[in-house]
Write a protein that binds this ligand. Structure first.
Ligand SMILES: [Zn+2]
Length: 264
């Protein structure tokens, strides 16, 4: 019989793994947390093809980088709004092959339920259950978290710069949902990147195809943003950035008299 790759028991890897898109957040979290493995999993979308082109110019140690391309095609489930439902559950399962400490690069203001505290605890439970000591594996115990879950993107850029992270890498990183060479400036990802950079004094003039503060969807959510019901803590960051933009003079219209409006 041929030698099977399953010969011998699976062993504890003893490594930390960051789910690494290569976008703004994940490059900063790599710089700050220094994981052993950067796990990049292709979604087979325009978005990550363009993102990958930047990997030589965002200051990462490419020896730590693992690209998984052929494992699954999550891109086939991508919605028009670029959401891939429950993506992090799939990614975390894949990450578990590389290490027991798994970090996700989400920040405060991210809104889906496959990156909240409950998800992490349940995923840990599930992995610990499946990786109990048994005939094919020794016991592996997992820890799953987002180290910057309570901080906004603006906070994260601030910490990165405080720790002498190179701002050039932030410009070089790619975060646009449109998947074209230049950042569109008006998708949600571009807008949030603009807010974080603007608030940290990083000049992005000429960086965007269209002005982030002119995003067509902004008008609809401005009332919620101005009253703290859009992305929670991140709303204050958004206002701070908008205050410095050419639309600042319109913003007073959106203030309510101390009432809080929540988005439905
Ligand atoms: Zn964009």
């Amino acid at each position: 019989m041929a030698n099977m790759i399953t010969k011998g028991k699976e062993q504890v890897r003893g490594k930390s793994v960051l789910l690494f898109s290569g976008g703004l957040d994940s490059l900063m979290i790599d710089y700050i947390m220094k994981p052993d493995v950067l796990l990049n999993i292709s979604m087979n979308s325009n978005y990550d093809r363009t993102e990958r082109k930047t990997f030589d110019s965002i200051g990462i140690d490419k020896n730590k980088l693992v690209n998984l391309d052929e494992v699954m095609n999550l891109g086939m489930f991508e919605r028009d709004d670029a959401i891939i439902p429950n993506r992090n559950a799939h990614l975390t399962l894949l990450a578990s092959h590389f290490g027991e400490t798994i970090w996700l690069g989400s920040v405060h203001g991210d809104r889906s339920f496959d990156k909240d505290e409950k998800f992490y605890t349940r995923m840990e439970d599930l992995l610990n259950h499946m990786w109990q000591s048994q005939h094919w594996t020794e016991e592996r115990r997992f820890s799953i978290s987002s180290p910057f879950k309570d901080r906004t993107k603006t906070d994260l850029v601030e910490e990165y710069l405080d720790r002498k992270g190179n701002p050039i890498y932030l410009y070089n990183s790619y975060s646009c949902y449109e998947g074209e060479e230049q950042h569109c400036g008006q998708c949600k990802a571009c807008f949030r990147k603009w807010v974080a950079m603007e608030n940290n004094g990083l000049n992005t003039k000429g960086y965007w195809k269209e002005n982030p503060w002119d995003s067509p969807w902004l008008d609809e959510v401005l009332l919620a943003i101005y009253n703290g019901g859009y992305r929670g803590k991140e709303d204050a960051d958004i206002i701070h950035a908008l205050d410095k933009s050419p639309v600042y003079f319109k913003l007073d219209e959106y203030k309510l008299n101390g009432d809080t409006i929540y988005e439905n």
